[in-house]
Design a protein around this ligand. Structure first.
Ligand code: SAM
Ligand code: SF4
Length: 326
């Protein structure tokens, strides 16, 4: 088991398959020129499988593939197949645009749940946010996944003044669509021009929701990041991921492996452990993993002040989101 100094058991690994992406969401990719990781520094499919097996030996029973966009990687089908054979619950976070091409592989790998990102229900705004014209494809693929019986969570990054007015539309959407919308507070990463006044908080999201709906809280799972709600009678639910206004670090069970094989014990961790180079040179990666997890900070990578309103994002030492893997 991977237990840290605060007795948190780490059984959930997120693996980034690539820092490349077919979208250009401005809150995720740095605005200035971004250099994608060179191919030689990326974990190869066999290396991903080998490292995943080490984590499974150490108690991991849930793996999420992410990126960048995990489904742009050419050998993504092989990786999904291989990890699907491990004794883990396997899931993915994706922008959804290529999901139709992965129907069979997702089914055969036993992927039962997916997170699909969609920040707006308006096709023009979708283009503004992602700089791509794929709104309808993503909507169709959400329907396709629902038809296949996949549990679909829809990630919506809420940014004040950009899409906060759509909170009600998203909740209305859950009336007949059995999707689980998760409103995510906007987080600071390298180059994404985060300022505290762009955060639309959990409290504000609930206030906005209550303008149109009466809703009830759901019972949350032990390590849940999202606080869930349901409007009685709706087929789907909604939730808030309140990383900025009410972090949930006390029950954190998550670790991240970047596409270049570095272990981050927190989304906001400054320090990383290079597992890929160690594995390539025959070192014992198990010891490195244990040491990394033992060093995990109590909250938010140990880099945030008491309240997010006083945070200067320039002082947070971290990668951009696209290079971490959300
Ligand atoms: N490309 C995939 C996707 O978009 O779902 C997976 C990678 S993406 C980095 C993972 C998640 O992080 C997405 O739901 C995205 O919206 C979210 N994300 C990216 N930047 C963020 C930010 N600054 N604050 C909050 N969430 C963010
Ligand atoms: Fe790509 Fe996902 Fe980042 Fe958008 S949020 S740029 S889809 S990795």
């Amino acid at each position: 088991m991977l237990v840290d100094r605060y007795n948190r058991v780490h059984n959930y690994l997120r693996i980034s398959l690539t820092d490349n992406c077919n979208f250009r969401c401005f809150y995720c990719m740095p605005e200035e020129h971004y250099s994608f990781m060179p191919k030689a520094s990326l974990m190869q499919a066999a290396e991903i499988e080998k490292l995943a097996k080490v984590f499974v030996e150490l108690g991991v029973d849930k793996i999420r593939l992410t990126g960048g966009e995990p489904l742009v990687r050419k050998d993504a089908p092989q990786i999904i197949e291989a990890l699907g054979k491990l004794p883990v619950s396997l899931t993915l976070t994706t922008n959804g645009v290529r999901l139709h091409e992965f129907k069979n592989v997702l089914r055969s790998a036993g992927v039962a749940s997916l997170n699909i990102s969609l920040d707006t229900l308006d096709a023009d705004k979708f283009q503004l946010i992602t700089r791509r014209d794929n709104f309808q494809t993503v909507m169709n693929n959400i329907d396709l996944m629902l038809e296949m019986g996949v549990y679909v969570k829809v990630n919506v990054v809420v940014m004040a003044g950009l899409n906060d007015q759509e909170i009600i539309d998203f909740i209305a959407w859950t009336k007949h669509k059995p999707v689980h919308v998760r409103f995510i507070e906007f987080m600071p990463f390298a180059g994404n021009k985060w300022t505290s006044n762009k955060v639309f908080t959990w409290q504000q999201i609930l206030e906005k929701a209550s303008e149109a709906f009466s809703f009830l809280p759901l019972k949350n799972e032990k390590n849940a990041t999202a606080k869930g709600y349901i409007v009685p009678g709706h087929a789907g639910t909604f939730a808030v991921i309140s990383t900025m206004s009410a972090p949930f670090c006390d029950t954190c069970n998550r670790m991240r492996l970047t596409a270049d094989g570095k272990l981050k014990n927190c989304l906001f961790a400054k320090d990383e452990t290079d597992l890929l180079t160690a594995m390539r040179s025959g070192e014992n990666v198990e010891d490195l993993i244990r040491k990394n997890i033992k060093a995990k900070a109590a909250a938010l990578g140990g880099q945030f002040p008491e309240t997010f309103e006083t945070l200067n994002s320039e002082e947070v030492i971290n990668r951009s989101m696209i290079a971490i893997g959300g």
